[in-house]
Write a protein that binds this ligand. Structure first.
Ligand SMILES: NC(=O)c1ccc[n+]([C@@H]2O[C@H](COP(=O)([O-])OP(=O)(O)OC[C@H]3O[C@@H](n4cnc5c(N)ncnc54)[C@H](OP(=O)(O)O)[C@@H]3O)[C@@H](O)[C@H]2O)c1
Length: 300
C-alpha cells in the first residue's frame, strides 16, 4: 500500500516507517521541513497557512496521523496549549479537506490519540475505550484530535485510533528523561508514587499501528498500552534495579513539581490503569507484556 505518515520523523514515525518498508509498503512522510531519502518520499505542509503538497494526498491509500507538538516539552503557556491543539486538529482538518477534494476513496485514516483522553486522574479501576472523556486540558486535546479523525468516516473511510500510553525507548521520550537521575543514583518516585504509569514498548506501539493498517475490518478507538499495570514507584524502582542503581532517595514532592512545571505536572503526578483488552481481543499479540522484560530489551 501507499502509506502517508504525518509526523513520520518522530519517535514512533521513524520506527513505523522502517517496519512498513520491511513489510513491502511504500511510505511517504508529511513534514514541516523537506528532507531527502532513497527509501521514503518527503512532502511538506504548512499547517498554519493550510498548505500541503497535493501529490502527498492524491497518492495515499492510507494515512497515519502522528503529527503534533510534543506535550511533554515546553511549559504549558496559553500559546503552547494552542500549538499542542492546532498541530493535531488544524492539521487533521487540512488533511480532511484535501482528501475530500483529491482522494475521496482513501481506504483508511489511522490516528494517534493518547490515554490523556480519560483525564489525568488517579483511580484504581482501569479505563476502557467506552468510558467518557475527562475534563482537563489533555482530555480536551484528545477529544478534539479524535473528532478530527472521526470526520473521515463521512467519506466512508475506515477510521482507527490508538490512545497511546508512555512509549518506552532508550534515546527519546519519557524513559530517556527518567534515566538521567536514576543513572546518577538519585532516582525516586514522583509525588505519592502510587499513580499508575501506563506504558508501552516502542516496538509494540508500532506493531499495533501495523495491526490496524493491515486489518481492514478493524475500526474505532483502542488503548495502546501494555496489559501490565504498574505504579510510578514500581516503574522507577524496576529501572533502577535493571541498571543496578540504588533506589532509596525520598520521593520528589508533588508541591515542588507543581511549582516547577505548573499545570503540566499533572502528567507526572496522576495516572490510572488503562485496559489493553480491546486491542488484544482484536487479535493483537503483545511482544512485551511485562515491564521488566521490556526494560531489559531496551536498556540491554
Ligand atoms: N511518545 C509517547 O510517549 C506518546 C504518548 C502518547 C501519545 N503520543 C502521540 O503520538 C504521536 C507520535 O508520537 P512521537 O513520540 O513519535 O512524537 P514526536 O517524536 O514528538 O514527533 C511528532 C512529530 O510531529 C511533528 N510536529 C512537532 N511539532 C509540530 C507542530 N507544532 N506542528 C506540526 N507538526 C509538528 C514533527 O514532525 P516534523 O518536524 O517532520 O514536521 C515530529 O516529528 C504524537 O502525536 C504524540 O502526541 C506519543
Amino acid at each position: 500500500m501507499n502509506i502517508l505518515i504525518t509526523g513520520g520523523t518522530g519517535l514512533i514515525g521513524k520506527r513505523l516507517t522502517q517496519i512498513l518498508i520491511q513489510k513491502g509498503h511504500k511510505v511517504s512522510v508529511l513534514t514541516r521541513t523537506k528532507k531527502n531519502s532513497n527509501t521514503v518520499t518527503y512532502y511538506t505542509w504548512d499547517i498554519e497557512n493550510q498548505k500541503i503538497e497535493k501529490e502527498a494526498i492524491a497518492n495515499a491509500e492510507l494515512i497515519v496521523h502522528l503529527a503534533g507538538a510534543n506535550v511533554g516539552e515546553g511549559r504549558w503557556s496559553e500559546k503552547r496549549k494552542k500549538e499542542i491543539i492546532d498541530s493535531r486538529v488544524q492539521s487533521g482538518n487540512l488533511l480532511f479537506q484535501e482528501v475530500k477534494k483529491h482522494n475521496p476513496n482513501l481506504k483508511a485514516f489511522i490516528s494517534s490519540s493518547a490515554i490523556g483522553y480519560y483525564g489525568m486522574i488517579t483511580r484504581e479501576t482501569p479505563f476502557v475505550e467506552s468510558d467518557a472523556p475527562g475534563n482537563d486540558f489533555l482530555a480536551e486535546v484528545c477529544t478534539k484530535w479524535e473528532n478530527t479523525a472521526n470526520q473521515f468516516s463521512e467519506l466512508s473511510t475506515r477510521v482507527a485510533i490508538l490512545r497511546t500510553g508512555v512509549v518506552l525507548d532508550k534515546k527519546e521520550g519519557a524513559l530517556a528523561k527518567l534515566l538521567t537521575p536514576i543513572k546518577l543514583g538519585i532516582g525516586s518516585a514522583l509525588g505519592t508514587g502510587k499513580q499508575a504509569m501506563p506504558w508501552i514498548h516502542l516496538e509494540d506501539i508500532c506493531q499495533m499501528y501495523l495491526h490496524l493498517i493491515e486489518n481492514s475490518t478493524i475500526s474505532g478507538a483502542f488503548n495502546g498500552v501494555a496489559p501490565q499495570t504498574i505504579t510510578n514507584y514500581e516503574f522507577s524502582k524496576t529501572v533502577a534495579h535493571i541498571l543496578n542503581k540504588p533506589f532509596w532517595f525520598p520521593k520528589v514532592s508533588a508541591f515542588a513539581l507543581k511549582i516547577l512545571l505548573g499545570e503540566q505536572s499533572i502528567i507526572a503526578l496522576e495516572g490510572s490503569p488503562i485496559s489493553a483488552k480491546k486491542i488484544e481481543d482484536s487479535g493483537y499479540k503483545f511482544k512485551f507484556k511485562e515491564l521488566s522484560v521490556a526494560l531489559r530489551d531496551i536498556l540491554g
